[in-house]
Write a protein that binds this ligand. Structure first.
Ligand SMILES: Cc1cc2nc3c(=O)[nH]c(=O)nc-3n(C[C@H](O)[C@H](O)[C@H](O)COP(=O)(O)OP(=O)(O)OC[C@H]3O[C@@H](n4cnc5c(N)ncnc54)[C@H](O)[C@@H]3O)c2cc1C
Length: 416
């Protein structure tokens, strides 16, 4: 079924009795060309591009819970391509371009809103680092714009420019950055993949791999054994646990990241704002809630909820740049499990086991990567070679010493 304004009008006249479910609920078949493990944003996007761009339709996406129950339904919805390193920036810019055409491509309203992102800076050295990043972004075809203090005082008078510890000196804008309705991304890709013949199978946990003589031939699931020529793991925060079933250890740790939303307020924030001297970011949803977050909970965990010290830390970050946030009441908070890689950058690669592929290590930035991650993973699965914008996202980069460490922080997941 194609969605359109005319269809909404017609269904209104017919008492909305003509709508059909957006995807089927098939039983698993015994054999597929490709099995994708995990129906998060990346798994569903991979299935969609495999079937639409690369013509591989005999595909199953296996999900242990319900579609969208992981990080795709828990993130703070920010998209941007303001990276610096050559291993990252072309990939994220490719992703932003895919976002820009996604609603037409999927025939689905994902509420893509390029309302801008602003990274604040608080010192001259930080300004210089941002200028360097802006130049790298422009060389990769992205947009970047430096704003000085006078401009920001005019545009955002509620920021605490004269904070004694963290005075705001300016910021780096990416006007094409913004927000997207996260669940709609999962639903849109699921609907698109399903209509291309992909089987999306919910409540089907993968519990093991069938590996013989170094070749992966299928998976064991809570709904029986399923064989496939290629198995594509795409389970974000569960990466370590799932890959351990294949005997592989990853340069990834799992940590909780929390997020928060305030009561609905009148429009005050046009775009996304991030704190440059600590970890705090905030935007305003279309319903009026201030959506914000900050640091990871510092210890390893697979719990999808966090603890109070981080809530205090995030509140302090908010108060440091935007004291008026202290007057807003918190409506709710939640957590998701982050697949934190040791250099802060992701992996889209084959493994040493033939037929077994891995996508993960997205840290807290994987939502914006969803379209490019799906596209590049589909490319790898279809052609057995990396997509040109994902050539550096290899599993062996730590062995080779070719890290993609945007901030130069070293192997400290909490600092990326
Ligand atoms: C609080 C928070 C805020 C964030 N904010 C942003 C942001 O503003 N911008 C941004 O770019 N990124 C953000 N992120 C990160 C982003 O959400 C993730 O990097 C991205 O969603 C991960 O990819 P995914 O959607 O495929 O993961 P998920 O949705 O987690 O998908 C993985 C799926 O695998 C399934 N699975 C696990 N094990 C198995 C198994 N054994 N068998 C079958 N299925 C299995 C899980 O149930 C899950 O549905 C945020 C994350 C959190 C938690």
């Amino acid at each position: 079924m194609r969605y359109s304004g005319f269809r909404v009008f017609l269904e209104g006249l017919r008492g909305n009795r003509g709508w059909v479910p957006a995807w089927r609920e098939p039983d698993p078949k015994s054999d597929y060309d490709v099995i994708i493990i995990g129906a998060g944003g990346h798994g569903l996007a991979t299935a969609y591009y495999l079937s639409r761009v690369y013509g591989v339709n005999n595909v199953a996406v296996l999900e242990k819970g319900w579609l969208g129950s992981g990080n795709i339904g828990r993130n703070t919805t920010i998209i941007r391509s303001n990276y610096m390193l050559p291993g990252n920036e072309p990939f994220y810019e490719f992703s932003l371009k895919l976002w820009e055409g996604l609603e037409q491509d999927l025939n689905y309203n994902a509420m893509i809103s390029q309302r801008s992102i602003l990274n604040l800076f608080h010192s001259d050295t930080q300004r210089d680092a941002f200028v360097r990043r802006a130049n790298a972004m422009m060389l990769a075809g992205a947009d970047a714009e430096l704003a000085d203090e006078t401009q920001l005082r005019r545009e955002l008078p509620f920021l605490d420019f004269d904070n004694a510890r963290f005075p705001i000196k300016g910021g780096l804008y990416q006007r094409r950055g913004g927000t997207v309705r996260h669940d709609a991304v999962a639903w849109g890709y699921a609907r698109g993949a399903d209509s291309n013949g992909v089987d999306i199978i919910q409540n089907c946990e993968v519990t093991g791999f069938h590996i013989k003589n170094g070749v992966c031939k299928g998976v064991q699931t809570t709904r029986g054994a399923i064989s496939a020529k290629k198995i594509a793991v795409c389970v974000a925060g569960s990466s370590g646990r799932v890959m351990a079933n294949a005997g592989l250890r990853l340069p990834i740790e799992s940590h909780v990241l929390q997020a928060f939303v305030s009561e609905g307020l009148k429009p005050i924030l046009r775009g996304v704002i991030t704190f440059g001297a600590g970890h705090f970011y905030v935007s305003q949803s279309d319903k009026g809630g201030l959506v914000f977050g900050g640091d990871l909970d510092g210890y390893n965990s697979y719990a999808q909820r966090g603890n109070l010290p981080v809530i205090e830390d995030v509140a302090e970050g908010g108060m440091a740049i935007m004291p008026m946030i202290g007057r807003a009441r918190l409506l709710r908070s939640w957590g998701g499990i982050m697949d934190m890689s040791m250099d802060g950058s992701p992996f889209i690669d084959k493994t040493d086991i033939k037929g077994l592929y891995f996508n993960g290590g997205w840290c807290y930035g994987g939502f914006k990567a969803t379209p490019a991650s799906g596209y590049c993973y589909a490319h790898l699965l279809a052609k057995d070679e990396p997509h040109p914008v994902a050539t550096e996202m290899r599993l062996d980069r730590f062995k080779r010493g070719h890290l993609i460490d945007e901030k130069g922080q070293g192997n400290q997941p909490n600092l990326h």
